[in-house]
Ligand binder design. Structure first.
Ligand code: PBG
Length: 324
């Protein structure tokens, strides 16, 4: 035999020497849930180890992450039902929970990178990402609200704004709103290929944001499609996106690779709540080795071509020193 691939696997030094992909703390973005109150920290029942934090507690959490070398955070608000309405008006109201959280994090930790989520669902009495009229999601009317939300986030100090709503034309619309108001330096991380997935369940529990009626299939993508992701990516690139995101992550590694191979923009992967819940359920039952299963999962996103990984495992992998 002339070719013996096992020669390159014979020792740890050689295996490390030829390792193609690496994962560093700089690749990780940690999603954090925010709630009203003082000194609050409530665990999400379907996401063991993940909490909704009141702002004071959020600041402590951010500080402890930064000590571990984790500097990028994606914030999501849990809004009381009484503040929700058809047009998500609280989403851009001055001093709302979310805007205060962004401001406080940036004021206390200017070096932290704050990613913010633009979509109506946490604030919508219909639990949808757009305006609902007779069961129909109104695309163009929703853009106006998304623009107002994005502007409010930029004013509060967001570094990167991530529209997760999947309305057509929202990247270009938000880019224009930001540029016209002096926020041309604020980045856009587009949820480019966001699928209508079962894996968002625990997230909707965390925020109490599930749709009241219907599903999200008229705006989120059909899990059976891949080429459609190229159409979305082409539009986002033309409209000025700085990052293209694929969501969920693990069941869509092929889409991450597809966008990586066809576009020069950085690719982000969202390792979503249901993926986290799945691994925790198995590892807590002793069915999988926790460290190996989590690290293999995170490495798969790097191998597929993502530079940035939004993951609920971000803090634990650093805390447990699985990643140094
Ligand atoms: C809402 C939004 C969702 C997630 C991020 N932003 C859920 C949804 O579309 O219903 C899911 C994240 C996760 O599951 O971890 N615009």
């Amino acid at each position: 035999m002339l070719h013996r691939p096992r020669r390159n696997r014979k020792s740890a030094v050689i295996r490390d020497m030829i390792q193609e992909h690496h994962l560093t703390p700089a690749n990780l973005i940690f999603p954090l849930f925010v709630i009203e109150g003082q000194n609050q920290k409530t665990e999400v029942s379907s996401m063991p180890g993940i909490y909704r934090h009141s702002i004071d507690n959020l600041l402590r959490e951010v500080e402890s992450c930064m000590k571990l070398g984790l500097y990028a955070f994606d914030l999501f608000p849990n809004i009381e039902d009484s503040f929700k309405d058809k047009y998500a008006t609280v989403s851009y109201k001055k001093d709302n929970l979310y805007l205060r959280a962004i401001e406080e994090v940036k004021k206390n930790f200017p070096e932290a990178c704050v990613v913010t989520d633009v979509a109506m669902d946490p604030y919508s009495s219909d639990g949808h990402d757009g305006i609902v009229e007779n069961g129909i999601i109104l695309n163009d009317e929703t853009l106006d609200i998304l623009g107002k939300m994005a502007l409010a986030h930029a004013e509060a100090g967001a570094d990167i704004i991530a529209p997760s709503d999947m309305m057509d034309g929202r990247i270009g619309y938000i880019r224009r709103v930001l540029d016209e108001s002096g926020f041309s330096h604020v980045s856009l991380m587009s949820y480019t290929a966001k699928y209508a997935s079962a894996f968002y369940g625990p997230f909707r529990d965390a925020l109490n944001s599930a749709p009241k009626a219907g599903d999200k299939k008229t705006y989120q993508m059909n899990p059976a499609n891949s080429r459609e992701a190229l159409i979305e990516a082409q539009l986002d690139a033309e409209e000025g996106a700085d990052f293209l995101m694929v969501k969920p992550g693990l069941p869509y590694l092929d889409i991450i690779k597809l966008l990586h191979d066809n576009f020069d923009l950085p690719i982000a992967a969202y390792n979503v709540s249901g993926e986290y819940a799945m691994l925790k359920a198995a590892t807590r039952n002793g069915w999988l080795d926790e460290e190996r299963a989590i690290m293999e999962t995170l490495m798969s996103f790097r191998r597929a071509g993502a530079t940035s990984i939004l993951t609920y495992h971000a803090k634990e992998v650093l805390e447990k020193k699985w990643l140094v």
